[in-house]
Design a protein around this ligand. Structure first.
Ligand code: NDP
Length: 248
Protein backbone atom coordinates (compact mmCIF):
# COMPACT_ATOMS: atom_id res chain seq x y z
CA UNK A 1 0.00 0.00 0.00
CA UNK A 2 2.91 2.38 -0.60
CA UNK A 3 1.97 6.00 -1.38
CA UNK A 4 5.46 7.40 -0.86
CA UNK A 5 6.36 10.63 -2.71
CA UNK A 6 2.82 11.42 -3.80
CA UNK A 7 1.21 14.85 -3.32
CA UNK A 8 -2.27 15.25 -1.87
CA UNK A 9 -4.74 18.03 -1.18
CA UNK A 10 -6.97 17.47 1.84
CA UNK A 11 -9.71 20.07 2.20
CA UNK A 12 -10.53 20.71 5.85
CA UNK A 13 -7.24 18.97 6.64
CA UNK A 14 -6.56 20.87 9.87
CA UNK A 15 -9.26 19.30 12.01
CA UNK A 16 -11.39 16.23 12.66
CA UNK A 17 -11.41 13.56 9.97
CA UNK A 18 -9.30 15.71 7.64
CA UNK A 19 -6.54 16.08 10.22
CA UNK A 20 -6.53 12.35 10.79
CA UNK A 21 -6.31 11.67 7.03
CA UNK A 22 -3.46 14.20 6.80
CA UNK A 23 -1.56 12.50 9.64
CA UNK A 24 -2.00 9.09 7.98
CA UNK A 25 -0.87 10.44 4.62
CA UNK A 26 2.19 12.15 6.06
CA UNK A 27 3.18 9.04 8.00
CA UNK A 28 3.02 7.23 4.64
CA UNK A 29 5.30 9.78 2.94
CA UNK A 30 2.62 11.80 1.13
CA UNK A 31 3.24 15.53 0.90
CA UNK A 32 -0.11 16.98 1.97
CA UNK A 33 -1.60 20.40 1.30
CA UNK A 34 -4.29 21.24 3.82
CA UNK A 35 -7.01 23.81 3.12
CA UNK A 36 -9.20 25.64 5.63
CA UNK A 37 -10.41 29.10 6.60
CA UNK A 38 -8.95 29.25 10.10
CA UNK A 39 -5.27 30.24 9.97
CA UNK A 40 -4.58 29.32 13.60
CA UNK A 41 -5.84 25.75 13.10
CA UNK A 42 -3.80 25.41 9.90
CA UNK A 43 -0.60 26.58 11.60
CA UNK A 44 -1.16 24.26 14.56
CA UNK A 45 -1.53 21.32 12.16
CA UNK A 46 1.63 22.35 10.31
CA UNK A 47 3.48 22.61 13.62
CA UNK A 48 2.35 19.11 14.53
CA UNK A 49 3.25 17.50 11.21
CA UNK A 50 6.32 19.27 9.87
CA UNK A 51 7.69 19.81 6.38
CA UNK A 52 5.41 17.43 4.48
CA UNK A 53 2.38 19.46 5.60
CA UNK A 54 1.67 22.62 3.57
CA UNK A 55 -1.19 24.84 4.80
CA UNK A 56 -3.28 27.03 2.47
CA UNK A 57 -5.78 29.41 4.04
CA UNK A 58 -8.75 29.53 1.67
CA UNK A 59 -12.54 29.69 1.84
CA UNK A 60 -13.89 27.05 -0.54
CA UNK A 61 -17.18 28.90 -0.93
CA UNK A 62 -15.27 31.40 -3.10
CA UNK A 63 -15.79 29.21 -6.15
CA UNK A 64 -14.45 31.70 -8.66
CA UNK A 65 -11.04 31.66 -6.94
CA UNK A 66 -10.67 27.86 -6.88
CA UNK A 67 -8.96 27.60 -10.31
CA UNK A 68 -6.27 30.06 -9.17
CA UNK A 69 -5.82 28.19 -5.89
CA UNK A 70 -5.33 24.84 -7.64
CA UNK A 71 -2.93 26.35 -10.21
CA UNK A 72 -0.89 27.91 -7.40
CA UNK A 73 -0.68 24.58 -5.59
CA UNK A 74 0.33 22.82 -8.83
CA UNK A 75 3.04 25.43 -9.47
CA UNK A 76 4.51 24.80 -6.01
CA UNK A 77 4.20 21.02 -5.96
CA UNK A 78 4.45 20.10 -9.69
CA UNK A 79 1.97 17.24 -9.38
CA UNK A 80 -1.38 16.73 -7.69
CA UNK A 81 -1.87 13.00 -7.25
CA UNK A 82 -4.66 12.93 -4.70
CA UNK A 83 -7.62 15.14 -3.79
CA UNK A 84 -9.61 14.44 -0.63
CA UNK A 85 -12.86 16.43 -0.57
CA UNK A 86 -13.37 16.38 3.18
CA UNK A 87 -14.30 19.98 4.14
CA UNK A 88 -17.91 20.29 5.16
CA UNK A 89 -20.37 22.09 7.37
CA UNK A 90 -23.41 20.83 9.23
CA UNK A 91 -26.80 22.37 9.94
CA UNK A 92 -29.14 20.71 12.40
CA UNK A 93 -32.62 22.19 12.14
CA UNK A 94 -36.14 21.03 11.35
CA UNK A 95 -36.64 21.29 7.59
CA UNK A 96 -39.68 23.56 7.99
CA UNK A 97 -37.44 26.11 9.73
CA UNK A 98 -34.52 26.06 7.27
CA UNK A 99 -34.21 29.25 5.22
CA UNK A 100 -33.17 29.30 1.56
CA UNK A 101 -29.95 31.07 2.57
CA UNK A 102 -29.08 28.36 5.11
CA UNK A 103 -29.84 25.60 2.62
CA UNK A 104 -27.75 27.32 -0.04
CA UNK A 105 -24.77 27.81 2.32
CA UNK A 106 -24.58 24.09 3.10
CA UNK A 107 -24.93 23.12 -0.57
CA UNK A 108 -22.29 25.67 -1.59
CA UNK A 109 -19.70 24.30 0.84
CA UNK A 110 -20.56 20.61 0.76
CA UNK A 111 -21.40 20.17 -2.94
CA UNK A 112 -20.58 23.09 -5.27
CA UNK A 113 -17.07 23.50 -3.89
CA UNK A 114 -16.46 19.76 -4.19
CA UNK A 115 -17.39 19.90 -7.86
CA UNK A 116 -15.27 22.98 -8.59
CA UNK A 117 -12.07 21.76 -6.95
CA UNK A 118 -12.51 18.27 -8.42
CA UNK A 119 -12.85 19.75 -11.91
CA UNK A 120 -9.69 21.81 -11.47
CA UNK A 121 -7.64 18.96 -9.98
CA UNK A 122 -9.13 16.59 -12.57
CA UNK A 123 -7.75 18.75 -15.40
CA UNK A 124 -4.26 18.45 -13.91
CA UNK A 125 -4.64 14.72 -13.25
CA UNK A 126 -5.80 14.19 -16.84
CA UNK A 127 -2.52 15.66 -18.10
CA UNK A 128 -0.61 13.45 -15.63
CA UNK A 129 -2.69 10.45 -16.80
CA UNK A 130 -3.22 9.44 -13.18
CA UNK A 131 -4.93 10.61 -10.04
CA UNK A 132 -7.19 9.79 -7.15
CA UNK A 133 -10.19 11.72 -5.87
CA UNK A 134 -12.08 10.79 -2.72
CA UNK A 135 -15.28 12.44 -1.53
CA UNK A 136 -16.51 12.19 2.05
CA UNK A 137 -20.22 11.46 2.30
CA UNK A 138 -22.30 10.49 5.34
CA UNK A 139 -24.92 8.08 6.60
CA UNK A 140 -27.33 10.94 5.85
CA UNK A 141 -27.12 9.85 2.20
CA UNK A 142 -27.88 6.20 3.04
CA UNK A 143 -31.11 6.64 5.01
CA UNK A 144 -33.36 9.41 6.29
CA UNK A 145 -31.94 11.25 9.29
CA UNK A 146 -34.17 14.00 10.71
CA UNK A 147 -33.14 17.67 10.89
CA UNK A 148 -30.30 17.58 8.36
CA UNK A 149 -32.14 18.36 5.11
CA UNK A 150 -29.48 20.47 3.35
CA UNK A 151 -26.64 18.24 4.54
CA UNK A 152 -28.53 15.18 3.27
CA UNK A 153 -29.13 16.79 -0.12
CA UNK A 154 -25.45 17.68 -0.44
CA UNK A 155 -24.15 14.26 0.63
CA UNK A 156 -26.62 12.47 -1.68
CA UNK A 157 -25.28 14.65 -4.49
CA UNK A 158 -21.72 13.69 -3.59
CA UNK A 159 -22.52 10.00 -3.93
CA UNK A 160 -24.11 10.50 -7.36
CA UNK A 161 -21.15 12.64 -8.45
CA UNK A 162 -18.78 9.88 -7.35
CA UNK A 163 -20.26 7.54 -9.95
CA UNK A 164 -20.56 10.19 -12.67
CA UNK A 165 -16.98 11.38 -12.13
CA UNK A 166 -15.61 7.83 -12.02
CA UNK A 167 -17.16 7.06 -15.40
CA UNK A 168 -15.92 10.23 -17.09
CA UNK A 169 -12.44 10.27 -15.56
CA UNK A 170 -11.55 6.56 -15.74
CA UNK A 171 -10.25 6.86 -19.32
CA UNK A 172 -7.64 9.32 -18.02
CA UNK A 173 -6.35 7.00 -15.30
CA UNK A 174 -8.20 8.87 -12.55
CA UNK A 175 -10.07 6.89 -9.90
CA UNK A 176 -12.92 8.50 -7.98
CA UNK A 177 -14.30 6.95 -4.81
CA UNK A 178 -16.28 8.02 -1.79
CA UNK A 179 -16.10 7.17 1.89
CA UNK A 180 -19.35 7.25 3.86
CA UNK A 181 -18.34 7.52 7.51
CA UNK A 182 -20.82 6.30 10.07
CA UNK A 183 -20.88 7.97 13.46
CA UNK A 184 -17.31 9.07 14.09
CA UNK A 185 -16.20 11.05 17.14
CA UNK A 186 -15.10 14.58 16.05
CA UNK A 187 -15.99 18.18 16.99
CA UNK A 188 -18.69 18.24 14.30
CA UNK A 189 -20.38 15.03 15.45
CA UNK A 190 -19.98 15.91 19.14
CA UNK A 191 -21.87 19.12 18.39
CA UNK A 192 -24.70 17.17 16.77
CA UNK A 193 -24.80 14.35 19.36
CA UNK A 194 -23.90 15.65 22.80
CA UNK A 195 -26.93 17.92 23.13
CA UNK A 196 -29.19 15.12 22.00
CA UNK A 197 -28.72 11.96 24.11
CA UNK A 198 -31.68 10.24 22.40
CA UNK A 199 -30.08 10.70 18.99
CA UNK A 200 -26.78 9.42 20.33
CA UNK A 201 -28.45 6.31 21.78
CA UNK A 202 -30.33 5.69 18.53
CA UNK A 203 -27.11 5.89 16.49
CA UNK A 204 -25.36 3.48 18.84
CA UNK A 205 -28.27 1.05 18.98
CA UNK A 206 -28.29 0.56 15.22
CA UNK A 207 -24.51 0.17 14.95
CA UNK A 208 -23.80 -3.58 15.11
CA UNK A 209 -20.24 -3.01 16.37
CA UNK A 210 -21.74 -1.09 19.32
CA UNK A 211 -19.39 1.91 19.34
CA UNK A 212 -18.63 5.11 17.44
CA UNK A 213 -15.72 5.07 15.04
CA UNK A 214 -12.49 7.02 15.33
CA UNK A 215 -11.11 9.45 12.73
CA UNK A 216 -8.22 6.99 12.25
CA UNK A 217 -10.70 4.39 10.93
CA UNK A 218 -11.64 6.79 8.14
CA UNK A 219 -8.00 7.76 7.52
CA UNK A 220 -6.95 4.14 7.06
CA UNK A 221 -9.72 3.62 4.49
CA UNK A 222 -8.64 6.77 2.59
CA UNK A 223 -5.00 5.62 2.60
CA UNK A 224 -6.05 2.26 1.17
CA UNK A 225 -8.28 3.75 -1.53
CA UNK A 226 -5.56 6.05 -2.88
CA UNK A 227 -2.96 3.29 -2.90
CA UNK A 228 -2.22 0.79 -5.68
CA UNK A 229 -3.77 -1.89 -3.47
CA UNK A 230 -7.08 -0.36 -4.66
CA UNK A 231 -6.00 0.10 -8.29
CA UNK A 232 -9.09 -1.64 -9.75
CA UNK A 233 -11.57 0.15 -7.49
CA UNK A 234 -13.46 3.18 -8.76
CA UNK A 235 -16.95 4.65 -8.35
CA UNK A 236 -17.64 2.99 -5.00
CA UNK A 237 -19.17 4.43 -1.85
CA UNK A 238 -17.38 2.65 1.00
CA UNK A 239 -19.16 2.78 4.35
CA UNK A 240 -16.74 3.03 7.30
CA UNK A 241 -19.43 2.68 9.89
CA UNK A 242 -19.17 -0.36 12.17
CA UNK A 243 -22.09 -1.79 10.19
CA UNK A 244 -24.39 1.18 10.86
CA UNK A 245 -25.70 1.29 7.28
CA UNK A 246 -26.79 -2.35 7.43
CA UNK A 247 -27.83 -2.39 11.11
CA UNK A 248 -31.44 -3.15 12.08
P1 NDP B 1 -14.92 19.33 11.33
O1 NDP B 1 -15.90 20.42 11.60
O2 NDP B 1 -13.98 18.92 12.41
O3 NDP B 1 -14.07 19.70 10.04
C1 NDP B 1 -14.59 20.33 8.93
C2 NDP B 1 -13.44 20.99 8.19
O4 NDP B 1 -13.92 21.63 7.03
C3 NDP B 1 -12.72 22.03 9.04
O5 NDP B 1 -11.33 21.79 8.99
C4 NDP B 1 -13.07 23.35 8.36
O6 NDP B 1 -11.97 24.24 8.46
C5 NDP B 1 -13.30 22.90 6.92
N1 NDP B 1 -14.20 23.81 6.21
C6 NDP B 1 -15.51 24.02 6.44
N2 NDP B 1 -15.98 24.97 5.62
C7 NDP B 1 -14.94 25.36 4.84
C8 NDP B 1 -14.78 26.32 3.81
N3 NDP B 1 -15.80 27.07 3.39
N4 NDP B 1 -13.58 26.45 3.24
C9 NDP B 1 -12.52 25.71 3.65
N5 NDP B 1 -12.60 24.79 4.62
C10 NDP B 1 -13.80 24.63 5.21
O7 NDP B 1 -15.79 18.10 10.81
P2 NDP B 1 -15.50 16.54 10.63
O8 NDP B 1 -14.06 16.26 10.64
O9 NDP B 1 -16.40 15.81 11.52
O10 NDP B 1 -16.09 16.33 9.15
C11 NDP B 1 -15.27 16.19 8.00
C12 NDP B 1 -16.10 15.63 6.87
O11 NDP B 1 -16.61 14.36 7.23
C13 NDP B 1 -17.32 16.49 6.52
O12 NDP B 1 -17.51 16.48 5.12
C14 NDP B 1 -18.46 15.77 7.20
O13 NDP B 1 -19.68 16.00 6.56
C15 NDP B 1 -18.01 14.33 7.06
N6 NDP B 1 -18.61 13.41 8.03
C16 NDP B 1 -18.29 13.46 9.38
C17 NDP B 1 -18.88 12.54 10.23
C18 NDP B 1 -18.56 12.51 11.71
O14 NDP B 1 -19.16 11.67 12.42
N7 NDP B 1 -17.68 13.35 12.18
C19 NDP B 1 -19.80 11.53 9.77
C20 NDP B 1 -20.05 11.58 8.37
C21 NDP B 1 -19.46 12.48 7.55
P3 NDP B 1 -12.16 25.81 8.82
O15 NDP B 1 -13.17 25.90 9.89
O16 NDP B 1 -10.78 26.25 9.19
O17 NDP B 1 -12.60 26.43 7.54
Amino acid sequence: MSNNNKTAIVTGGASGLGLSITKRFISGGIRTIIIGRNKKKLLEAKELMGDLCIPHQFDLTHLADIPTLVQKIKKDTETIDILINNAGIHLKKHLLEVTDEEFQRVILTNLNAVFSISREAGRIMKKQKSGNIIHISSMAAQYGIPQVIAYTAAKSGIEGMTRAMAVELSPYGIRVNCIAPGFITTDMSNGAMNNDPQRKQKALSRTPMGKFGSPEDVADAAYFLVSDAAKYITGVVLPVDGGNSIGF
